[in-house]
Design a protein around this ligand. Structure first.
Ligand code: PEP
Length: 253
């Protein structure tokens, strides 16, 4: 029987609304060698997409931090998945907690975006995660389950599917308060079992990233967990040397 090998760990840079032409240039110079044993993806603000994708190593995928679910129409300021695919964006981060809390995105919005991404050949990185009060009141698993379920309900009929999940506890994003590796592993394991139980997808092939104050100092302990398949990195991705080192750690170097 043929057994499919597991995918490489994946490390994704989320620049958020940071960066500059200078950072694009720095990434292109310093990340120009492909890194064996790890996949590296970068999401600059969309306005820098071309500058970065034209100059960075073709081994590195460039994507976006958000998109809309419609393919065209009177939606001022929005970007369609088909347009992004046409320009070579291979992935989109969707449902980031900053979009959920500051821009009113609901589980339904995120599910529609996820579905539209898959239909257009753009890989969605679906962010899920609980707030500190939800964790403290024992509701973390329920909140994450609801976020994941709405994605699985909207997309489980799509096949073959390429999708990435990112568990990002909100209280760990940009705060320096990283999750305990064993707590993160517990939630990753839960998300993988949900995929296994409610879809026909090969759950082992779906990468579940951890995000929330990932740094050079804590990356090794996190990626050593069996169900942590890489990272979504915010703040530390603005420092190319740190981001590069995190990629090497994920590769086991
Ligand atoms: C993020 O933006 O998804 C993130 C995890 O940020 P940080 O690494 O800064 O916590």
């Amino acid at each position: 029987m043929l057994t499919q090998s597991l995918p490489n760990p994946l490390v994704v840079a989320n620049w958020k609304m940071h960066g500059s032409l200078e950072l694009c240039q720095e990434y292109s110079i310093k990340l120009n060698a492909s890194s064996p044993g790890v996949d590296v993806w970068v999401a600059p603000p969309s306005i820098y997409f071309h500058r970065l994708s034209d100059s960075i190593s073709p081994a590195i995928q460039v994507g976006v931090q958000n998109l809309y679910w419609e393919q065209s129409g009177a939606f001022t300021g929005e970007l369609a998945p088909s347009m992004l695919a046409e320009l070579g964006a291979s992935f989109a981060i969707i449902g980031h907690s900053e979009r959920r809390t500051m821009f009113g995105e609901t589980d339904q919005h995120v599910a529609r975006k996820c579905s539209a991404c898959i239909d257009s050949g753009v890989i969605p990185i679906v962010c899920v995660g609980e707030s500190i009060s939800q964790r403290e009141t024992g509701n973390a698993r329920r909140v994450v389950s609801e976020q994941v379920s709405s994605i699985l309900r909207a997309c489980d009929s799509k096949s073959p599917v390429q999708i990435v999940f990112a568990y990002e506890p909100i209280w760990a994003i940009g705060t320096g308060a990283v999750a305990e590796p064993s707590d993160a592993e517990d939630m990753h394991c839960h998300v993988r079992s949900m995929i296994l139980e409610s879809t026909e997808w090969d759950a082992k092939q779906i990468r579940i990233l951890y995000g929330g104050s990932v740094k050079v100092e804590n990356a090794a302990a996190l990626v050593a967990q069996q169900n942590i398949d890489g990272f979504l990195v915010g703040g530390a991705s603005l420092e190319v040397d740190s981001f590069k080192r995190i990629c090497q750690i994920a590769a086991g170097v």
